[in-house]
Design a protein around this ligand. Structure first.
Ligand code: MD3
Ligand code: FE
Length: 225
């Protein structure tokens, strides 16, 4: 176990500094930010993403309202999140190829389970991972993740590459979102009362990152089925 060296109050959030250079921050009841949790895994995660994308290319999906998403997406695992004019849903097969989504790599499963356990969700076994790719200018408008069957299951998200400003709202769309800076290797576990909170990502600023170049990636692990 790492040793707590210090504790600061930052606005509403509590930050614990650990000897390994990792920090845990409670963003809200049920929402735990694990800063730097996946830093060491980032290069291997990016190699897995490169393999996945050879089988299931990134694409800009269409919202049910007919707008092309600025974030490019692909999936791995048995439950892949898709959107088109028909709506949002999970599909076992990639609609672009007709093939099953690539399998979830072991390092994906391991990371998601370790992060969830640290946040109090032991035994988390995701069945899908949505992979989001942001170029500069890409954004994700405020939304809820509510296409999954069991909201008692958390969602684990992993940031890779360029930093982003995460918008963390509340249970109501009108709740003014807090801005949380997320960097490469940061992991957030969203469970409990925060599971259905509104959230989004501000337009990505230009930059260069040693692991991902001019982009940001985000992995969201879900138990969808
Ligand atoms: C807060 N992705 O794919 S994950 C998404 O950085 C999505 O690409 C963002 O939101 C991204 O749906 C951030 C963070 C996230 C995921 C689920 C949540 C935040 C959440 C569920 C409830 C509250
Ligand atoms: Fe989301």
């Amino acid at each position: 176990m790492s040793k707590v060296l210090g504790n600061k109050i930052l606005g509403a959030a509590t930050l614990d500094l650990f000897s390994g250079g990792e920090a845990e921050e409670r963003l809200a009841e049920g929402a735990m930010l694990l800063r730097g949790f996946a830093v060491d895994d980032a290069p291997a995660l990016m190699r897995s993403i490169a393999e996945i994308e050879r089988m299931a290319a990134f694409r800009h999906m269409m919202t049910p309202g007919g707008r092309r998403m600025s974030v490019a997406m692909t999936n791995c695992g048995v439950a892949g999140w898709v959107t088109d004019r028909q709506g949002y849903r999970y599909e076992a097969c990639d609609p672009d190829s007709g093939n099953p989504w690539p399998a979830m790599p072991d390092i994906f499963n391991d990371l998601a389970a370790r992060a969830a356990a640290k946040a109090g969700f032991a035994g988390f076994l995701p069945d899908g991972c949505l992979i989001n790719r942001y170029d500069s200018g890409a954004q994700l408008t405020l939304h809820q993740d509510k296409d999954e069957r069991d909201f008692a299951m958390p969602i684990v998200s992993v940031s890779l590459g360029l930093p982003a400003t995460f918008l963390f709202g509340g249970a109501q769309r009108r709740d003014r979102p807090r801005r949380v800076a997320l960097e490469s290797g940061d992991v957030v576990v969203w469970g409990g009362p925060a599971r259905l909170f509104f959230h989004g990502v501000a337009r990505l600023a230009e930059g260069a990152h040693e692991v991902t170049g001019s982009r940001r990636y985000n992995l969201t692990f879900r138990k969808a089925l």
